[in-house]
Design a protein around this ligand. Sequence first.
Ligand SMILES: [Zn+2]
Ligand SMILES: [Zn+2]
Length: 109
Amino acid sequence: MRLWVKQRYRCGICKKQIRRRDLFKDYINLDHIVAKSKGGTRDPENMSVTHQACNQAKADDCPCNWYGPEFCTTDIHGGDGDRRKRQSEELVNPAEEESLAIQEKANER
Ligand SMILES: [Zn+2]
Ligand SMILES: [Zn+2]
């Protein structure tokens, strides 16, 4: 429950919203970010509220693909996490550009 709030009411994998009334349905799962088989713990830091389908899609993928490089379970993957990070930085930029454009328009008036 607290995890769900921490995740801003979103699935930890697809980031789509999870409604409160869906929270305890069986298609919502508590995911181990690092699988137990890979040494993951039940520590809240390693848990994530997800859709069951998303959880299954993630399955044996390295968690760094979904949760960021700090959750990488293998050494060979440093670059993978970096790529992911760059993508999320790129996602931020268009919004910034947009707000700049809005500012410019405001200045024109
Ligand atoms: Zn999901
Ligand atoms: Zn990885």
